[in-house]
Design a protein around this ligand. Structure first.
Ligand SMILES: *Cc1c(COP(=O)(O)O)cnc(C)c1O
Length: 386
C-alpha cells in the first residue's frame, strides 16, 4: 500500500550546493573541528541577519549555555524564561545551578507576555532579587513582541538572550529575528528550518564576548604551545564538515521560508472553515517563517481533542505533535515560580491543551499535504456529527 510512506513533521531539506561544499572539505582534508567553512559560515550568517559577529557551535543548547556564562549566571541566581518552549531553552539555566522563573505567553503571538513579564519584575524588585538574564523565545518561526519586552528589561537593567532556534529567517519590524537581545541563538538541529544535522550559532554585536565564547567552546586553551588552562572549557565547536552543510543551507534559507509559508497558507485555506479550528496568528509586528504550522482545536466545538487528532494522523503514518508542553507543567520545573498572562488566566496551558503542529516540511508534497488535510477534517467533523 502507498500509505506506508511516513510523513514527517519537519524533515531536513538539502539544496544543491551542500554536497559540493562538503566535498570541498574532504578534498582539502579539513575533517576537523574548525576550519575555513566554520569561519565562512559564521561570517555569512552574521551578514544574513545583520549583526557584528557569530560563533558556530555544536548545538543551539550550547549557545544558550555560553550566553548564560557570558552574563555571569551562577548558582542561586534566577533567570526569567518563556514557559511555552522546548526544554532546551531552560536546561542550560540548570547547568549553572541557577533557577528558572517561568513567564507565560500572550495570545497574539503565542510568545512571552509583557504583562506577565512586568509582574515578574515587579515582584523581583520588591523582593530585592533581580534576575541575571531574561530568555525570550520565538515560537514556531514567529518573533515575540520585542518592543514592549525589551523596554521592560531595559527599565530594570537586565540583559536579554533571544532564543531564535525556531525563528531564523523571520523578521520583527523589518529586522532579523535573533538580533534583538544582547545575545541571540540559532539552532541547526535536524528538524529546524535549515539544518547541519546538528549545530547552533551564538550571535551578538559584542565581539569581545564572542571571543570569550570561542575560547570556552574550544576547551579554554590559554595562548601557549603547551596545553595550559586557567578556566573550565567545553568542547562545543561546530565541525568544518557540518559548517559546509550550513553554508549551503543558508543559500536556500529564503526559499525554505517561502515554502513553509506556502504550506501554512494551504492548510489555512483548506481547514479554517472547520468550526473550532484556529490557526496560530501572525502578529502584525513581523514576518513569521511558519517553521511549523500550528493551530488549535477547540474540543467543545469539534468534539475531538488535539491529542486525539495527533493519534488519528499517526495511524496513517503522519507525524503531528501537540504544541510544546509548557515548562511550568513539567515535572522537572514544578517547583519554579510561574507568571500567567493575567492572574488566573494561563494562555500557555490552553495552547498546550488545544494546540497541534502539522507536518510542515519545505518539501512536503501536495499529495501528502492533502492527505493530512483530509484526516484532520474528517476527525474534527466526524466527531461533531455523532
Ligand atoms: C531546537 C531548540 C533549541 C535547541 O537547539 P539544539 O540545536 O537542538 O540544541 C532551543 N530552543 C528552542 C526553542 C528550540 O526549538
Amino acid at each position: 500500500m502507498e500509505q506506508s510512506k511516513k510523513v514527517y513533521l519537519s524533515p531536513p531539506h538539502m539544496g544543491e550546493s551542500e554536497r559540493l561544499l562538503v566535498e570541498d572539505a574532504f578534498q582539502s582534508n579539513w575533517i576537523a573541528p574548525l576550519g575555513p567553512h566554520v569561519d565562512a559560515f559564521e561570517k555569512e550568517l552574521a551578514d544574513y541577519v545583520g549583526i557584528n559577529g557569530a560563533v558556530a557551535l555544536g548545538s543551539g543548547t550550547a549557545a544558550i549555555h555560553l550566553s548564560l556564562k557570558l552574563l555571569e549566571v551562577g548558582k542561586g541566581d534566577t533567570v526569567f524564561c518563556s514557559t511555552l518552549t522546548f526544554a532546551a531553552s531552560c536546561f542550560p539555566i540548570l547547568y549553572e545551578g541557577a533557577i528558572p522563573v517561568l513567564i507565560d505567553s500572550e495570545p497574539e503571538s503565542w510568545n512571552m507576555s509583557p504583562l506577565a513579564l512586568e509582574r515578574a519584575f515587579h515582584d523581583a524588585s520588591k523582593a530585592g532579587k533581580m534576575p541575571k538574564a531574561v530568555i525570550i523565545v520565538n515560537l514556531y518561526g514567529q518573533s515575540a513582541d520585542m518592543t514592549p519586552l525589551l523596554s521592560i528589561c531595559d527599565r530594570y537593567g537586565v540583559p536579554v538572550i533571544e532564543d531564535a532556534a525556531e525563528s531564523l529567517g523571520a523578521t520583527y519590524k523589518g529586522k532579523a529575528s535573533g538580533t534583538f537581545g544582547k545575545f541571540g541563538i540559532y539552532s541547526f538541529n535536524g528538524n529546524k528550518i535549515i539544518t547541519t544535522s546538528g549545530g547552533g550559532m551564538l550571535v551578538s554585536n559584542h565581539l569581545d564576548a564572542l571571543d570569550k565564547a570561542r575560547y570556552w567552546a574550544t576547551q579554554a586553551r590559554d595562548p601557549a604551545v603547551h596545553y595550559q588552562h586557567s578556566e573550565t572549557g567545553y568542547n562545543y565547536r561546530l565541525s568544518n564538515i557540518l559548517a559546509a552543510i550550513g553554508r549551503g543551507q543558508l543559500r536556500v534559507l529564503d526559499k525554505r521560508v517561502d515554502a513553509r509559508r506556502r504550506v501554512f497558507e494551504t492548510y489555512r485555506e483548506q481547514l479554517s472553515d472547520v468550526p473550532g479550528i484556529h490557526f496560530m496568528p501572525e502578529a502584525s509586528h513581523g514576518l513569521s517563517t511558519r517553521w511549523l504550522t500550528a493551530m488549535t482545536i477547540d474540543p467543545d466545538v469539534c468534539g475531538v481533542t488535539a491529542a486525539r487528532c495527533v493519534e488519528s494522523l499517526a495511524a496513517f503514518q503522519i507525524e503531528a505533535r501537540p504544541v510544546w508542553k509548557p515548562m511550568h507543567l513539567q515535572p522537572l520545573f514544578q517547583d519554579c515560580f510561574y507568571y500567567p498572562h493575567r492572574e488566573g488566566i494561563s494562555v500557555s496551558d490552553k495552547l498546550f491543551a488545544e494546540g497541534i503542529c502539522l507536518p510542515s516540511g519545505s518539501d512536503l508534497s501536495e499529495e501528502d499535504q492533502n492527505r493530512v488535510i483530509d484526516i484532520v477534517r474528517n476527525s474534527a467533523q466526524r466527531a461533531v456529527s455523532v
